[in-house]
Design a protein around this ligand. Structure first.
Ligand SMILES: Cc1cc2nc3c(=O)[nH]c(=O)nc-3n(C[C@H](O)[C@H](O)[C@H](O)COP(=O)(O)OP(=O)(O)OC[C@H]3O[C@@H](n4cnc5c(N)ncnc54)[C@H](O)[C@@H]3O)c2cc1C
Ligand code: SF4
Ligand code: SF4
Length: 412
């Protein structure tokens, strides 16, 4: 597996900040090089634990899942170890208002605090300063802060501040993160138990199709004719399902586009590591949550989430929430979950072997996994086409022509 140095030099770093685990936050410098929080590799020694836990290099998705969830009911190559599957929505309209889908992550966090199962939870909020947009992930038990942090952050998120808080905090916590970061946190738990030992009661992952760098947000600000460095607020999702991207400037100007229409506004591609990712649903998290993109939920008056629990403990938690009327549960089959995530699963699980082969031929260093995607090579032609399409979009974006050409192609 790759070292942190190799991960950074090969542009596989996703800026998660977990490599700060051995140091005080102040000792490791993260610069927004490549428009992502890249660590200064000179501060990471060759024998550092960071080399073991860095999710940029890949991870043992099969072996770890098996170890973590011995009481799961089935293993599925697309979805990982599963104990239960449900469609879920919050019963609280104030949670649904700014949720990405059915508000399940926020409902879970509030329930865990209310029932005193944990003392604090982690959330991620956007921060707007004169340098532009960034994120902050932190521990809290404050309800207003949990509400204010709702909505998906489709950009690199640095967890270094959280890692530092976790080291010092003595209480029990629940952590929300992307699948790769949950894998990194599992690895810290395994390799440095003194750091987090018995503090993390629950891990919650979002399903993940990947994210783009901060250049994308800068470009979206330009398209929306707002000053990236003079923002009061920014969001990718929120305001009901499917929600909208919204910039609010310090002078009160509001610019908004529905999700996912704005995805075609820039030619920016996902981060390299996200193109080479085999984890679609957070296979190492206790509970994984995504959007229920199938007609019977899309057409419902309420937004719905898909939830996979990986152990009896997670299932019991969800059932208790249902019994106490915090959430509504609906039966969902494994086929329906796959249908709702079909594009992401096809990319990460079915086409992955061919994509890995293409990137190897092109000379890229790749993350490694102990399986977790289909070994059958679906052939290079689709991967070459997709790769060239991304390069062409980036080229048009650099020329400032992407949105015009994209808009024309949509009209025709
Ligand atoms: C990068 C990314 C990619 C995604 N891709 C898919 C996909 O392909 N398919 C799919 O079905 N769903 C995807 N999701 C998940 C989806 O957007 C929702 O998060 C999910 O449906 C749960 O919605 P909710 O209503 O429960 O969330 P909310 O009630 O809005 O709560 C979301 C919680 O997650 C936290 N959070 C948001 N973004 C991050 C982040 N980047 N890191 C850590 N914490 C965060 C927030 O602070 C909040 O606590 C993705 C999410 C992210 C962040
Ligand atoms: S741990 Fe995260 S921030 Fe550090 S090198 Fe790896 S991917 Fe990058
Ligand atoms: S696509 Fe994979 S590597 Fe990228 S953020 Fe999601 S889980 Fe992490």
């Amino acid at each position: 597996m790759l070292s942190v140095r190799r991960v950074v030099n090969s542009k596989l770093c996703i800026g998660c900040g977990l490599c700060s685990v051995e140091t005080q936050t102040g000792n490791i410098k993260f610069s927004k090089k490549n428009d992502c929080y890249i660590p200064s590799i000179t501060s990471i020694s060759n024998d550092s634990i960071a080399n073991k836990i860095c999710p940029g290099k890949g991870y043992n998705i099969l072996e770890s899942g098996k170890k973590l969830f011995p009481d799961s009911k089935q293993y599925d190559i697309d979805l990982g170890y599963i104990h239960s599957i449900s469609a879920v929505r919050s019963t609280d309209r104030s949670i649904l208002r700014d949720a990405s889908s059915g508000g399940i992550i926020t409902s879970l966090l509030l329930y865990l605090l209310q029932e005193k199962i944990v003392d604090k939870v982690s959330v991620t909020k956007f921060v707007c300063t004169t340098s532009g947009v960034s994120t902050k992930t932190f521990l809290t038990s404050n309800i207003e802060e949990i509400f204010a942090a709702q909505g998906s952050k489709y950009c690199p998120v640095n967890y270094a501040h959280l890692i530092n808080e976790l080291k010092q905090y003595k209480g029990r916590v629940a952590i929300v993160a992307t699948p790769c970061v949950i894998a990194g946190i599992r690895s810290i738990e395994e390799n440095q138990p003194a750091c987090f030992s018995s503090k993390i009661e629950f891990t919650i992952a979002n399903f993940c199709g990947g994210f783009k760098s901060y250049t994308n947000i800068k470009k979206l600000a330009k398209v929306h004719k707002v000053d990236y460095k003079n923002l009061k607020d920014f969001r990718f999702r929120g305001g009901g399902q499917p929600g909208s991207l919204r910039f609010i400037s310090n002078d009160g100007q509001v610019a908004e586009t529905p999700y996912p229409k704005y995805v075609g506004f820039t030619g920016q591609s996902k981060m390299l590591r996200c193109h080479l990712c085999a984890d679609a649903t957070g296979e190492l998290a206790d509970i994984s949550c995504g959007d229920a993109w199938i007609p019977r939920y899309e057409e419902d008056q309420y937004p719905w989430s898909v939830v996979l629990t990986r152990s009896a403990r997670g299932t019991a938690l969800l059932q208790n929430m249902n019994e106490k009327n915090h959430v509504v549960l609906d039966q969902m089959s494994i086929e329906e979950v796959k249908l709702s995530q079909r594009f992401n699963l096809k990319s990460k699980k079915t086409r992955q072997a061919a994509r890995m082969r293409l990137y190897k031929l092109l000379g890229y260093r790749r993350p490694s996994f102990d399986g977790g995607y289909r070994e059958i090579d679906t052939g290079l032609s689709t991967e070459i086409q997709v790769y060239l399409k991304h390069q062409f979009k980036l080229f048009l974006d650099k020329l400032g022509l992407y949105k015009t050409i994209y808009s024309c192609s949509k009209k025709n």
